[in-house]
Design a protein around this ligand. Structure first.
Ligand code: C2E
Ligand code: MG
Ligand code: MG
Ligand code: MG
Length: 278
């Protein structure tokens, strides 16, 4: 019986994994053991200085190497993991793996920039999140400034006072903090001033507006200006064209990330990238 359900379920989610509830259930079930089976992995995407192209950091991006579906993008399973709470152990795995990788690169003699990890709302709300981050960093003997946490605007606005207290403790520890997908949420500018973050990451949608007729990058430019006046770094995500790069550089955006510079890649490719620079 279970076998039959499995077969039917498989057909279901290949048809439409996201809308079929059985497909979702199956995927969730499979995701549950994915880390233990070694099916999760990280790709890394460089961030470079807009002014001179110098490497400024990497962002770790989660991938799921599913035995039948192949490489599954986070957009397809992170929402599922968030709903089910599975994101907490998965996020823990990501944090641990990122610190392990950073330590391995340091031991191999690479001059590594900060490595950024995406945190989910669930993770940030864990009462022991600060201790969890501290433990991962200490376990791998990292300087805290070599780890950056990316938090979305929406998750910061959930329980603002509590969030601010958590962020203050993380900053006191020395980890870097960035607001991801900036401009897509509804953060009040008043709160923005109180979040002790280092950087604003301009959402890709505003970067892709650059060079288009309607918006012409006005929002991206405004976010860069806002970051400047708050004393924060502005990082543009999803930079795909030379025109976007030139525009962002002209407006004083600090760092660029996107396919124009490099696609996210597995650790071994990143090592070649680091060796070439050295
Ligand atoms: P994000 O944190 O905003 O990550 C940036 C996304 O944009 C990545 O998609 C990246 O591959 C993609 N990207 C980078 N440059 C370009 C570009 O030039 N053009 C285009 N079209 N896309 C570009 P990815 O890897 O599919 O990740 C999607 C989202 O999944 C991430 O958005 C993040 O919110 C979430 N995510 C990824 N890894 C993790 C994780 O470990 N934990 C949590 N909680 N969320 C994660
Ligand atoms: Mg991110
Ligand atoms: Mg982003
Ligand atoms: Mg995004």
């Amino acid at each position: 019986r279970a076998k039959e359900a499995g077969r039917n379920g498989f057909e279901f989610y290949t048809e439409d994994m996201n809308t079929s509830s059985l497909g979702r259930l199956l995927l969730e079930h499979q995701l549950r053991g994915a880390a233990e089976r070694g099916e999760l992995l990280l790709h890394y995407q460089p961030k470079v200085s807009a002014a001179d192209g110098r490497l400024g950091g990497f962002e770790a991006l989660l991938r799921w190497q599913h035995p039948e579906l192949g490489m599954v993008a986070p957009g397809q399973f992170i929402p599922l993991a968030e709903e089910s709470g599975l994101i907490v152990p998965i996020g823990q795995w990501v944090l641990e793996e990122t610190c392990r990788q950073q330590r391995a690169w340091l031991d191999a003699g690479f001059d590594v920039p900060p490595l950024a990890v995406n945190l989910s709302a669930h993770q940030l709300a864990q009462p022991d999140i600060v201790a969890t981050v501290a433990a991962a960093i200490e376990c791998h003997r990292l300087a805290p400034g070599l780890i950056e946490l990316e938090l979305t605007e929406t998750m910061l606005m959930r329980d603002v006072d509590r969030t601010i207290r958590t962020l203050v403790r993380l900053r006191e520890m020395g980890v870097r903090l960035a607001i991801d997908d900036f401009g897509t949420g509804y953060s009040s500018l008043n709160y923005l001033r109180q979040f002790p973050v280092n950087a604003l990451k301009i959402d890709r949608s505003f970067v892709s507006d650059i060079g288009s007729d309607g918006a012409e990058g006005k929002i991206a430019a405004a976010i860069v200006g806002m970051a400047h006046s708050l004393g924060l770094d502005a990082v543009a995500e999803g930079v795909e064209s030379e025109a976007q790069r030139a525009f962002l550089q002209m407006h004083g955006c600090h760092q660029l990330q996107g396919f124009l510079i490099a696609r996210p890649a597995p650790a071994r490719e990143i090592e070649r990238f680091l060796s070439r620079r050295a």
